[in-house]
Design a protein around this ligand. Structure first.
Ligand code: GTP
Ligand code: MG
Length: 310
């Protein structure tokens, strides 16, 4: 599922500006026939139609650009629950539908008023009333429109998960997980010399013996009971998607965490298929390597292990 395609959510003032501008421009262009009353009715109705349709289309575009949460894959629903306020998102989409409905009702009502009215000034005033009502309805949901734009930005960071053998790179913050992803898959995900650089899930792809496999790099996790929502994204990938885990150790401890602390987190993986990788090879000393009794895998050996499991 590709979340990058969700277009920016148009905000209240942009929706209104576009609608009123279109009505002004197109209202002037159209040549209308009939007596003065027919002409003025047609002209004002036309402007009303344009404003109503433009707003309706803008709202519809927002509704259709967000994925339908009914029947949505469990992994993404859980990821959304960790990274967004799902109830608030549903409420915001509901409020858009509500304004869309109200807009259609108001339009019908004001068109019928125009067609019954015989005084020029009052007809023009009916239009103004409709503009005022729809503007205030849209302003009522400006907070929800802003929240939807926030959701869009968060959702853009979601990985495009595919149904294939999946490896999860897991470990403490700042140990070198993203660097390993980049080395394994030629991805260019952000690497930096401080903990919690990765705040969302990075995906890369690697071909082993002609088969494509998915490699997911997740935010760093501390060995503690109560995890924050960023760390819980890593747990979610482990639980829902990972066929194999690469546990990354920074034996140099330059990540800021001791090997002992890192071992505690590894113990949580008991019962899972785990490969141990020691990062920062160029800085590692023999005595640091001896801190760990586990077998350490090189990048080539990791690929060979994956190949065995396909
Ligand atoms: N010298 C050396 N530095 C490395 C190596 N791998 C990672 N680093 C450095 O370690 C720091 C952390 O690397 P990242 O790959 O961002 O670590 P991470 O585990 O993804 O970190 P978080 O996303 O914050 O959890 C960066 O400054 C990297 O340049 C390595 O093999 N050698
Ligand atoms: Mg990282």
């Amino acid at each position: 599922m590709n979340f990058e395609k969700i277009p920016p959510v148009e905000q209240c003032s942009d929706i209104l500006d576009t609608a009123f501008r279109k009505a002004r421009v197109k209202g002037k262009q159209k040549k209308l026939a009939g007596n003065w009353l027919q002409i003025i009715r047609k002209k004002e109705s036309l402007k009303l139609d344009i404003v109503k349709d433009t707003i309706d289309n803008s709202l519809q575009k927002i509704l259709t650009s967000f994925p339908d949460l009914n029947g949505f894959p469990q992994f993404y629903l859980k990821l959304m629950a960790l990274t967004l306020d799902l109830a608030e998102l549903k409420k915001a989409l509901g409020s858009i539908k509500w304004v869309q409905q109200k807009n259609r009702e108001l339009h019908r009502k004001f068109i019928s008023l125009i067609n019954r009215e015989t005084k020029r000034e009052i007809i023009k005033n009916i239009n103004k009333q409709y503009y005022g009502r729809i503007s205030s309805l849209l302003k009522q949901i400006s907070h929800q429109l802003r929240y939807l734009e926030t959701c869009r930005k968060v959702m853009r960071s979601y990985p495009d998960i595919k149904e294939m053998f999946t490896v999860c790179i897991y470990g403490f913050p700042n140990v070198g997980k993203t660097t390993l992803l980049n080395k394994l898959t030629q991805t260019k995900a952000k690497v930096a010399a401080y903990p919690f650089t990765t705040k969302s899930i990075n995906a890369g792809y690697l071909t082993v013996n002609g088969t494509q496999i998915q490699v997911l790099d997740v935010p760093g996790t501390l060995a503690r009971e109560k995890l924050n929502p960023i760390e819980r994204q890593a747990e979610l990938v482990l639980k829902e998607l990972a066929d194999l885990i690469i546990y990354v150790y920074d034996l140099t401890e330059s990540c800021g965490y001791s090997v002992e602390q890192q071992q505690k987190l590894q113990q949580k993986l008991a019962g899972r298929e785990v490969i141990i990788y020691a990062s920062k090879e160029d800085l590692l000393t023999e005595s640091e390597i001896r801190k760990l009794k586990n077998k350490l895998y090189s990048i080539e050996q990791i690929k060979a292990e994956i190949a065995k499991r396909l």
